[in-house]
Design a protein around this ligand. Sequence first.
Ligand SMILES: [Zn+2]
Length: 321
Amino acid sequence: MTGQVAVEPCPACGAVEVAVLCKGTDRLYRTTGKEFQMIECRRCRLIRIHPRPTPGELTGYYPPQYWFEPLGNTADRLEEFYRRFVLWDHVRFVKRAIEASGETGVVLDVGCGGGLFLRMLKESGMAVAGLDFSLEAASIAWRMNRVPAVCGNLSSAPFPAGSCRAITMFHVLEHLYDPTAYLESAHALLRPKGRLVIQVPNAACWQFLLLGQNWSGVDIPRHLLAFRTSDLEVLLDRCGFEPVRFKHFSLRDNPAGLATSLAPGLDPMARRVRGVRESPRGRLMKDLLYFCLVAASVPPTMIEAACRAGSTVMLEARKRT
Ligand SMILES: [Zn+2]
């Protein structure tokens, strides 16, 4: 669907001419029935949501229990085991970036959530710190994973300039009003050879082409922007970074993303967040069904990624010299 709508200027280039790519509402958590469009700038092709939610509205679109806090029962222990298993991909990618940099200092994870990723890095002997918008997330990171975390904005984060050997942002940029400000802050916080690691859903994936607004990577209305790899390269260049490595497959995100696109009603986090009433047996059956769907999604998402059209993109960047 293509058409002209009255919109606020593109945050990247200031143009107001757009094409409407698709429209939809909060399909996953059902926090609102309001309809939004995903629009593409006709000049620079950056994709964004319209109308853009105000900060007050956006707060309401992040439901309580958005953050995973294991309660110690068998199901939660199994879930934590699974989360650790699929996070190794991220840990390996970041460790390789840090080794390549040769820098010392802190690894700062922006959008640290419950802190499991940082805990895994800490277990490898690294100094780590987390930052998150959510006080609930930052407190879970400390309480459950003993990871020092602060609640706030990267632009005013309490870390000295040049103190970080690496800054990671997994699924952060697409939630921001001003990703440029975050990347500029990261540039200032990084040591000279420090590395920036970013992961976002990839709007140039086959799933977006095939499924439109039903692709879980657009996540209306929580994602304000949808990036292709080329959009990221432009953004990084503007903020003084150069990419050195890309990865289009993530064991944690790509198969589960396809499963959630196809069956959002089975997504364990969506069920928890929406407070769906289930018997223990019902919960187990749905979890198993979802797990089978994730496993079946591994081959097609690997093929998608092998063609550089994976549903996420992770990249390592360094400061441009
Ligand atoms: Zn634009």
